[in-house]
Design a protein around this ligand. Structure first.
Ligand SMILES: [Zn+2]
Length: 414
């Protein structure tokens, strides 16, 4: 939660928990475009958006009540020339950390009437007004499960109507890992044989001391990550290998297809994975100097099937509703191929209790280390930049206890 600029003013505009007054951030009254959000007595550039955050506890229902809901009321002001020249979309989003056991829904109203509302999709909720008009809008952020922090934004996206079509590739990013542990869930394996590992990992991969980790692979680009897979000859449903092509879109909806990597059926996840997407490397770490030292362990390169689970950051261009669901990982399209992907600004999350979400740290002594997650590890997916694919968590290891000390995102806006 941020410190409010003016509690008295904010209280007029925000109903809900007193702990969580939100405030306009980085109000820059000097530079305001021809679209404005007026909130809590301040005028903001609507294309920069209005950000707020807080921490709410779920109530008995999912309606906006006193303790479970923050309400932001604002005026949207649009100049006629700006409206004529741009395609506009008003977006309100709420996101929360994947390690928190909480869910928020979000609702958008204009002049007191519902425009859009959305239940949570794992770690984010988003609502849109595809035809925004000047007037009074209300955004309700409603806790429906648990109690944890959220961050939210209301933002106007403007695309010049006259702009020539351009290609919009995805941009894979790593989000800082979390939930590091040497505990396994469910499997009963004596610690003299292995620690933190599942039977599959022990038998198939020779794992002995599994540092498990939850990692998120995001798409911070304006364009869809979309891959199409056709099983290779000889592969049957539920077994074998597949070949992927990546579909790269332009702003006008046209696209080109590029042959990319291979996939394989994963025996315990029970779906096809795009191979070679992620790798975990553990380095020694000097906490005082904030410096990475020698490499001490490295995982195999893991594959995934893609699903939208949460938002990479707030305020990224091209943010849309989630379009990729888990069902696409298990059910082929009618032509026998699979189509999966990650929508612009969404991330896919791989929990630490999934098979393969580990790096073997057998023989690594107690100390301070950095676990680095590398997205697009084999560089086969076409993306705008590889500079932001790495993210990490600094952790201490002592008597088989793991404690996360610092999380470092690859993508700066997170
Ligand atoms: Zn999988």
């Amino acid at each position: 939660m941020r410190v409010p600029l003016g509690l008295a003013v904010a209280a007029l505009f925000f109903a809900g928990c007193l702990e969580t007054p939100a405030n306009p951030s980085e109000a820059n009254a000097a530079v305001v475009s021809s679209a404005r959000i007026v909130v809590a007595g301040q005028t903001l550039d609507a294309t920069d958006g209005y950000r707020f955050d807080g921490k709410l506890a779920a109530g008995s229902g999912d309606a906006c009540g006193f303790v479970n809901c923050d309400k932001a009321v604002f005026e949207l002001e649009l100049d006629d020339a700006f409206v004529a020249a741009n395609q506009l979309k008003l977006e309100a989003s709420v996101r929360w950390h994947f390690a928190d056991d909480v869910s928020y829904k979000i609702r958008l109203l204009r002049e007191g009437k519902d425009v859009d509302q959305a239940d949570w999709n794992s770690y984010a909720s988003i609502v849109l007004d595809e035809d925004p008009k000047p007037g009074t809008y209300t955004v309700e952020v409603i806790a429906v499960q648990g109690k944890a922090r959220y961050e939210a934004i209301v933002q106007l996206e403007a695309r010049p109507k006259a702009a020539p079509p351009r290609e919009i590739a995805p941009n894979l990013v790593g989000l800082a890992p979390d939930e590091l542990t040497l505990e396994s869930y469910g499997d009963v394996v004596p610690s003299s044989v292995a620690r933190g590992c599942y039977s599959y990992e022990i038998i198939e991969q020779g794992a002995r001391r599994c540092l498990r980790v939850s990692t998120a692979l995001g798409n911070a680009g304006e364009g869809q990550l979309q891959v199409h897979m056709v099983p290779l000859e000889g592969a049957k449903a539920g077994a074998g290998m597949g070949r992927y092509t990546q579909r790269i879109f332009s702003t006008d909806g046209s696209f080109r297809d590029v042959p990319v990597g291979l996939g394989a059926f994963h025996p315990t996840h029970r779906h096809f994975h795009y191979n070679g997407l992620a790798q975990f490397t553990v380095y020694q770490y000097d906490l005082d100097a904030e410096k990475r030292g020698e490499q001490v362990a490295q995982s195999r390169k893991n594959g995934f099937c893609f699903v939208d689970m949460g938002l990479v950051a707030l305020g990224l261009p091209g943010t849309t509703y989630s379009g990729n669901h888990e069902s696409a990982c298990f059910t082929p399209r009618q032509n026998g191929g699979w189509i999966t992907g990650i929508s612009p600004n969404w991330y896919d999350l791989y929990w630490n209790d999934l098979d393969d979400q580990y790096v073997d740290i057998q023989g690594v002594p107690d100390g301070t280390y950095e676990l680095v997650f590398m997205a697009n590890a084999e560089k086969t997916i076409v993306e705008t930049t590889m500079d932001d694919n790495e993210a990490s968590a600094v952790f201490s290891l002592k008597n088989n206890q793991v404690k996360v000390l610092k999380r470092i995102d690859g993508f700066g806006a997170h």
